[in-house]
Design a binder for this molecule. Structure first.
Ligand SMILES: C[S@@+](CC[C@H](N)C(=O)[O-])C[C@H]1O[C@@H](n2cnc3c(N)ncnc32)[C@H](O)[C@@H]1O
Length: 231
């Protein structure tokens, strides 16, 4: 952990991050940092959260499958296989590490396109991708600097279907001084709830639903899920 007063995200180094993830075993244990048991409760929490979003949307979208979703920073496709492929006809993948995407499997023919790039280099708006009913970002946006994250989020509304959702599900910093925390293991930052809210606002997004993830081990960072739409 650096001791300088530089902003935590200024230490992010994409090459170091990719080197770390490339040498990580391409399994649920690997992408969840040695806590594979968290996956089941995580996926169930996400399923419940999206079911609520869909019930509350007008007109209700609870009955039909979503046309297209995208799993961003997808790793080995844990979320795609365990949840997104249940609720969407097609799921695209954005993930920079090929040894992870090589492992992706889904039921039937739900797997769409695979983009082997980091989110900072994914330009769905410029490349005419989507449109997406659901853009899922979990345990990966800490790999981007604040500036990159805002720029990335700004690229999403043009590829979001009307009434669709951008979901961000991430660890929250529990720093006693309410600061973001840099982690040099995977060269990422863990942000505070306040930082997330201010970056979403800066990106022109509003929070339409948010909740703390339930059932996570108490000795890990708290996890929060946010559903976002254009302001
Ligand atoms: C903790 S894992 C989470 C994987 C998956 N979202 C999940 O929950 O199972 C972090 C993922 O972020 C990916 N990643 C690293 N740098 C990234 C970047 N710049 N943009 C998007 N994803 C990145 C890693 O390769 C890894 O797959």
């Amino acid at each position: 952990m650096p001791t300088s007063s530089a902003a935590p995200d200024s230490h992010i180094n994409h090459e170091a991050a990719i080197a770390y993830w490339t040498k990580t075993e391409p399994t649920v244990n690997g992408v969840l940092g040695g806590f594979p048991q968290v996956s089941r409760v995580d996926l169930q929490g996400s399923r419940n959260f999206v079911a609520k979003l869909r019930r509350l949307s007008k007109p209700s979208r609870a009955d039909q499958k979503l046309s297209r979703a995208v799993d961003c920073g997808a790793g080995i496709g844990r979320i795609t296989d365990g949840f997104l492929s249940e609720i969407a006809e097609k799921v695209d993948i954005v993930e920079p590490v090929p040894s992870f995407t090589d492992q992706i499997q889904t039921r039937g023919d739900t797997l769409g396109e695979i983009y082997n790039v980091g989110l900072e280099a994914w330009f769905p708006d410029r490349d005419g991708l989507g449109p997406y009913d659901l853009i899922w970002n979990q345990w990966c946006v800490g790999q981007l600097t604040d500036t990159q994250l805002v720029a990335y989020l700004r690229r999403l509304p043009p590829v979001l279907t009307p009434g669709g959702w951008i979901v961000v599900k991430e660890n929250l910093s529990n720093d006693s001084g309410d600061e973001d925390i840099y982690d040099d293991t995977d060269s990422s930052v863990t942000r505070t709830d306040g930082k997330f809210r201010s970056l979403f606002h800066e990106a022109g997004l509003k929070i339409v639903a948010t909740e703390a993830a339930k059932g996570m081990p108490k000795d890990l960072f708290p996890v929060r899920i946010y559903a976002l739409q254009p302001q």
